[in-house]
Design a protein. Sequence first.
Length: 260
Amino acid sequence: MRQGLVVGNWKMHGSRASVEALLGSLLDADVAQGAVVARVEAAVCPTYVHLAQALDLCAESSIAVGAQDCSHMQSGAYTGEVAAEMLAELGCHWVILGHSERRQYHAESDDLVAAKLAAAVEAGLQPIVCVGETREQREAGEAQVVVAAQLQGALTGQVGLAALVVAYEPVWAIGTGLTATPEQAQDMHTFIRGCLADIDAVDAAATRLLYGGSVKAANVAQLFAQPDIDGALVGGAALVAEEFQAIIDAAAVAAECHSE
Ligand code: 13P
């Protein structure tokens, strides 16, 4: 059975004070709800500069910490880059790769995502690879073709799909309030699992698939009720402690239902 996973992508938000306040609230709930977190993994991905602070604050908790990106290179003259190994040494568990904002604003190609994935796996980080189509691509009926190409581009030559997490984040749903319907999300998740099965049928059944795009407490229960939605990659709602906690709680309820 796949364990639920809820990851907060804080994007370029936060200050030392807000990180302390947000994690303070989440950690209070974490201590109070040991049984919930046993069924669901939770993680937060702050900016690079807030990673050490978040890791210190979360040290005694079940909340893991991840980065939003990493370099595809191991070290060297790459101004502004951060190596996967550095993140692992710091204590990060997760790394988000190929987010659509990286693809859009930093021209990240599938080849670059593949190289970052290899670097992350080599460093022992657990990668969350993001895929998703734009509104124009969906309207043109190309959503599956686009997602299949992104998966193939990033995963070709990779082994150990079971440890991989794939996040389906339709670009039109990110930060827009336009969540994919549970059916749209489930359809794409089924398709993604099929693509993964073409690479490795056994591991594909164990790969966790997250949905991301305007996830909030109010819409998450229906998404988590879908059999191939194993959790969520949450943007805006992850910056509000009660919202993010409610999403973790909903994942725990769904995990219990799925196991019955
Ligand atoms: P929102 O939840 O703000 O739509 O962002 C989703 C996202 O991009 C998470 O990586």
